[in-house]
Ligand binder design. Structure first.
Ligand code: TEU
Length: 535
């Protein structure tokens, strides 16, 4: 059986500070806004919060470009606010995890300013600098052909010292050189600064990119239309860790040629990925991070289930059942607990403001020519653009969903907020929110079955393509749960043979009868019972 740890039992609630709650009316969320909602967060039954970056930053990439690890981005508040937030979380037994963005810094970080000052600078080697290459015609070229994840080359030219630096995201996000001992020590000191303040741990950003192949070789050409190629295999997934976010599920509807290539969701893919990781982790002594949504993805409800009015509640509950019953540490994104969706399809491209999506849109537009038909790309952006997970939190049916009482929210509020908000759902026993509370309470009381349990997929021949079913069993084999998830918009039949007499603890109260062919049109149901009751 897996060893017990607090971080394994944790249910982590990801807060995107810019979009959570604005307390001072500038249209941007802030730390005092978060503090004012800690009772709400506690009431959900989560045990930790993960704050997306709150450090001082020019915000070229929403704070994932840090200029000072020991200061707070001023519009979010002060260090006193941060101390208060940590303190108030702990009073409620909520742990605090910070987003540690140390694969790269902002180009405004003093380390980088020093590093770029000359080739012999003390911190020159803290970043990844290389000489240019030259083409046959004498033209200057980057040291290799790697593509930036945000478009263009992964290398940025620095005129002053005549070298390139590696920047796999924006040019303003130079990559730190993790081979450098003194840089590592400085980073550790910044981490200790926060641990001394009482934070409980870190979600480490882009950790998978920290160890690079020392030769930085050219990547094979998979994209003949581009000068730059994905070089992942030379820079991704080197380090070994206790727990990682695997990207398989959030990337599952990307095309082979890239994120915005059409590749419609199929339940079979989710089933295969889930089974792969649920089976592999216990086998190799690893540990799963269970999540469907984050600030870099579209909302799973819109991508993998249905946000149509007639299905939305059930679909959101089904995904909650899925997440809440799997083994691993659970991560949910703010708004997931009320069934928030992606950007409505009536919005235009101007409502997408994130760098990743807009850079891509502009590069395609440039290729196709001004005035070209872009509907195919917009369709994909509505599913997958990072903006979808970043819309302001919907608190109530007041103006701007209660997110801000002041001026213009930094990002447009979803049109559906009058019907879909926290206030409407609290206390409504049929709501998505109350269902999440139920799921989390059960996950906690039956952690042996779920968090630490043993997963087994039910054969698709038995369930049919649209139903994803599995059992979770406690390691002492004393308890077992059956999870049935109907990913279609129609009732499905499930042969209950072998599960006769089990009671439904969660989900639609479907009678699970004897024999064949009971109709299950729910978003999943499962039961827990001792094995001696097995027929
Ligand atoms: O993202 C890590 C990452 O690898 C991204 O490529 C991610 O897959 C991409 O956003 C998908 O479109 C982290 C942060 O989570 C992200 O918000 C930052 O933009 C990125 O690092 C750079 O700091």
């Amino acid at each position: 059986a897996p060893s017990k740890k607090w971080w394994k039992d944790a249910v982590v609630y990801q807060i995107y500070p810019a979009s959570f709650l604005d307390s001072d009316g500038d249209g941007l969320g802030d730390l005092q806004g978060i503090i004012s909602k800690l009772d709400y967060i506690q009431s959900l039954g989560v045990s930790a919060i993960w704050l997306s970056p709150i450090y001082k930053s020019p915000q070229n990439d929403m704070g994932y470009d840090v200029a000072d690890y020991r200061n707070i981005h001023q519009p979010y508040g002060s260090m006193e606010d941060m101390d208060l937030l940590i303190h108030q979380c702990h009073e409620r037994q909520i742990k605090v995890l910070l987003d540690l963005v140390v694969n790269h810094t902002s180009n405004e970080h003093p380390w980088f300013l020093e590093s770029r000052s000359s080739r012999t600078a003390t911190k020159r080697d803290w970043y990844i600098w290389r000489d240019p290459k030259y083409g046959l015609d004498g033209s200057r070229k980057p040291p290799n052909n790697w593509a930036s994840i945000f478009g263009g080359s992964a290398w940025t030219w620095d005129e002053m010292t005549g070298q390139y630096y590696l920047s796999l995201f924006l040019p303003s996000q130079p990559h730190l050189n993790w081979e450098n001992e003194s840089m590592r020590q400085a980073t550790h000191a910044d981490m200790i600064f926060w641990l001394d303040k009482g934070v409980d741990g870190f979600r480490i950003d882009s950790m998978n990119l920290m160890s690079k192949h020392s030769d930085l070789p050219d990547a094979p050409i998979v994209n003949p239309n581009s000068d730059f190629q994905p070089g992942d295999k030379y820079f991704a997934s080197g380090p070994q860790l206790n727990m990682v976010f695997t990207g398989d599920i959030v990337d599952m509807d990307f095309g082979p040629g890239g994120k915005y290539e059409r590749n419609d969701f199929q339940v079979s893919r989710l089933r295969a990925i889930t089974s792969k990781w649920q089976n592999a982790m216990p086998k190799f002594g690893g540990w799963n991070a269970v999540y469907l949504d984050n600030h870099d993805s579209g909302r799973s409800l819109s991508r993998y289930a249905s946000d149509l009015p007639q299905h939305r509640v059930n679909a959101a509950k089904m995904l909650a059942t899925y997440m809440g019953t799997l083994s691993g540490t659970l991560f949910l994104l703010q708004g997931q607990e009320i069934g928030m969706t992606n950007i409505p399809d009536t919005w235009g491209v101007e409502d997408y403001i994130d760098v990743e999506g807009s850079n891509y849109y502009n590069s395609v537009l440039e290729r196709r020519g001004e005035g070209a038909d872009m509907t195919d790309l917009l369709r994909e952006m509505r599913l997958k653009a990072r903006d979808n997970g970043r819309l302001p939190m919907q608190w109530n049916s007041n103006k701007n969903a209660g997110f801000t009482e002041g001026g213009k929210p930094w990002m447009r509020v979803n049109d559906d907020y009058k019907e879909w908000n926290v206030e409407k759902q609290v206390g409504d026993k049929n709501s998505v929110l109350e269902y999440w509370r139920e799921v989390l309470a059960l996950r906690k009381s039956e952690s042996e079955v779920f968090t630490y349990g043993h997963y087994e997929e039910l054969d698709v021949a038995r369930t049919g393509e649209n139903v994803f079913a599995y059992t979770m069993t406690s390691f002492d084999e004393q308890k077992k749960a059956l999870v049935l998830l109907n990913f279609s918009d129609m009732d499905q039949r499930f042969d209950t043979c072998g599960f006769e007499g089990w009671s439904t603890l969660l989900g639609r109260k479907t009678e699970v009868g004897v024999g064949v062919g009971r109709s299950i049109n729910g978003y999943g149901c499962y039961e827990v019972r001792p094995p001696q009751q097995q027929p």
